[in-house]
Design a protein around this ligand. Sequence first.
Ligand SMILES: [Zn+2]
Length: 368
Amino acid sequence: MSTGFFWDERCFWHSGGNYAGTAPVGGLVQPLAAGGLPENPETKRRLRNILDVTGLARALEMSSADPAPRDALLRVHPATYLDAFKAASDAGGGELGLRAPFGPGGYEIAALSAGLSVAALRAVLRGDLRNAYALSRPPGHHCTADFPNGFCLFNNIAVAIHAARAEGLARRVAVLDWDVHHGNGTEAIFADDPDVLTISIHQERNYPLETGDFEDRGSGAGLGANLNIPLPPGTGHAGYLMAMDRLVAPAIRAHAPEVIVVACGYDAGPLDPLGRMLATAETFAAMTDRVMALADDLCAGRLMMAHEGGYSEVYVPFSGHAVLARMAGSGIDAPDPLGDTFARRQPGADHDAMVAARIDAMAQALGV
Ligand SMILES: [Zn+2]
């Protein structure tokens, strides 16, 4: 069985508003000569492109998908939000939440982005693919049921999980979010749900500023089915792998999911403008190895990854290529042109020890 790669050129046509980085243009904020929002098509298109250049694309089952239909979106998002989004999109674009602008046709593109995740998860659960990757854009993990934010307009992963449930394909799911930002939307949507374990490894107090604390473990029947792993700025390869081994793996094992879903952001990379972490392409490959091993042990290898953030146009393609080569079991490599530099720029022993102490404290609190 093969690895699926779900993408669509139209997702690269999603356009944001008039921003310079994450600051709206106006007042003293001078427009940028090129670009605008960090969430621009290039990081994603360049990942798609490098797959062609190395030939890894030929080892993947490439396809698009139908947009998520309204009834699928309604399982996560209220009709009031869908209607407001559609009306603003039809009127030429706008912004309804916080830092989640969209242009003309933004509603349809966001529904297509969610549809890519729906199709990827469905194909894995039906056994049509060994595992699958959805190059969903706009991303999804910040979007709550009714509050689009952080470039996210629909929660792609939540829509996909609810669609899979409605089709009777799965009930228990583990979501691992290694985007550098907190997966606040996914956490909120599944907070009360004991069957969906949500885990987020993120840079503490980055975005959103108010969420992502270790103490937030879910609510009601879902208490205990949320795990936040906030890490300090400057955490690198060793810290990420320690978090995976000491905290993520035991949590996912205890949950016994039928499928593992990864909210796969690359903004924990060293060049990212919206993060201050030091995870390299090698780190993402090693985390992929670990999550694949867990999936093999627990759920017949069933794994779906949905692309989230990652804003270094230069570096995201190398991290993404490393992940996809691992998922496909391919020896095709895209050698990291900055790997040697970043290996020498890892945190020092003091920083690693500080991260290790924090992870130890979290493990003790969890009793793992
Ligand atoms: Zn992010």
